[in-house]
Design a protein around this ligand. Structure first.
Ligand SMILES: [Zn+2]
Length: 445
């Protein structure tokens, strides 16, 4: 059977374009990007009332854009603007459908997407996966928050050669059913949310159950923490690949063949990393907010869009693969993945990485913040859990929080999934803003 995506001509054409342009020089990329920036800005100006009003108010016109510097004079758009005035910021593109993003930022946002954009999105991801040896038609097992009504919670999508496993009710008995099925199916790839992949790896490690050898693990949709990557590597002994992306399709950045750093895909969109003074980040190690401009979203254009996601700049060009792309060291906890301490510091949840023995005593956990300086750590204990273990956990967590939070431990029977079926590590109910002076300093500490 031919992989379904390969029957979509938009997918095939974009995949080919990405292959052909994979070795573009930095000049070729700059030419292409400037042309695309002019094109999408003109499209938004001519076809949406929202962008037109925004640019008129700022006294700029698409025809003024002759350089990247000119482009960077355009005002930003943010999530609240798009959420509150979606119709104004959208264009009447044929075949568009309304989609809603998850609330990882606490700001659920609707938008319009057209089929061609979506095909390019899938092809762009496939292009990046191909760097680590994946190709359409490879056998894959998927652990994502899908609702699957079959008794065994699995479905086989033949047209993608994909065995889909629901991570609702992701309990040991269910994981054992998936493991046995995998032994028959012999997947070459695992595709998962990092949190789901991690839970499954924990299960395999604890039970010692065999699993087929893999070519790799393709993670997406969530931050990948060190403790998750380490365990995935240990259990599956396979290459772990992750990309950064979002529904707005403004920025896509993935690992390459050789390096675990984020290579910003230049054909897909234009990414600016901007520090809190509004300056373009150019120093290795510096953190900035990702500002994205999509080349592929036309129904709801995203131009200089504030993603509220943060990345750490590494430099221009990857020495290992020699692509002259913008490279990010890591995606540093999305804003809504930060914790605010009593003294107003921001802590990245990456700082809450613990050694594995910490997690051995509990089945699952989640941080919850409703007020600054106060953290609730919810956990599902194992049968062997003791009061001494709880005291030790409390002490170690406080240490990681620099003894700068009021910490409450709460033993619970289960931790519900998000609407999209994710096991979320932190539920941050405060509205965090990037413009806080403490942020940059705290994250670099
Ligand atoms: Zn590279």
């Amino acid at each position: 059977m031919v992989h379904a995506d390969l029957q979509n001509k938009d997918y095939v054409a974009w995949r080919q374009f990405l292959k052909d342009s994979d070795r573009w020089t930095r000049d070729q990329i700059a030419d292409y990007q400037l042309r695309e920036l002019k094109r999408v800005t003109r499209h938004a100006y001519e076809n949406t009332a929202g962008y037109r009003a925004l640019y008129q108010e700022a006294g700029v016109h698409p025809s003024d854009i002759r350089s990247f510097e000119d482009f960077r004079r355009l005002p930003y758009v943010d999530k609240e603007m798009i959420r509150d005035r979606l119709e104004e910021f959208s264009a009447p593109v044929e075949g568009r459908t309304h989609i809603t993003t998850g609330g990882s930022t606490g700001i659920p946002c609707g938008m319009y997407r057209d089929p061609q954009s979506f095909a390019k999105e899938l092809a762009s991801k496939a292009h990046q996966y191909a760097r680590v040896g994946w190709q359409e038609g490879d056998r894959q097992i998927v652990f994502r928050g899908l609702l699957i009504n079959a008794p065994d919670r699995m479905e086989f999508a033949a047209k993608f050669n994909e065995l889909r496993c629901s991570t609702y009710d992701f309990v040991p008995e269910q994981m054992e059913i998936y493991r046995r099925r995998a032994l028959e199916y012999q997947p070459e790839w695992v595709r998962c949310y990092p949190s789901s992949g991690y839970l499954f790896a924990r299960f395999l490690k604890e039970t010692g159950g065999a699993f087929p050898p893999l070519k790799g693990i393709l993670c997406s949709s969530e931050h990948l923490y060190d403790f998750q990557r380490d365990l995935l590597r240990e259990v599956f002994k396979a290459r772990i690949f992750i990309h950064y992306g979002h529904y707005e399709m403004a920025v896509l950045a993935g690992y390459c063949e050789h390096e675990d750093t984020y290579h910003v895909l230049p054909q897909y969109g234009y990414a600016e990393l901007v520090n809190r003074e509004g300056q373009l980040v150019s120093t290795p190690g510096e953190i900035g907010e990702i500002i994205g401009t999509s080349f592929i979203m036309h129904a709801t254009p995203f131009i200089r869009y504030r993603t509220q996601d943060l990345a750490v700049f590494k430099g221009w060009g990857c020495a290992a693969c020699e692509r002259p792309y913008q490279i990010w060291e890591r995606i540093e906890g999305r804003l809504q993945e930060l914790i605010v301490t009593k003294s107003g510091r921001y802590l990245s949840t990456s700082m809450l990485n613990m050694h594995d023995d910490f997690y051995d005593r509990i089945k699952q956990f989640q941080f919850l913040q409703r007020e600054p300086g106060k953290i609730v750590f919810k956990f599902v204990p194992r049968d062997t859990f003791s009061e001494a273990a709880q005291k030790d956990m409390q002490r170690r967590l406080l240490e990681r929080c620099l003894n700068d939070v009021d910490l409450t431990l709460e033993s619970v029977r289960e931790i519900p999934l998000t609407k999209r079926g994710k096991h979320r590590l932190l539920v941050q109910e405060l509205k965090l803003k990037f413009d806080n002076a403490a942020l940059q300093q705290a994250l670099q500490a």
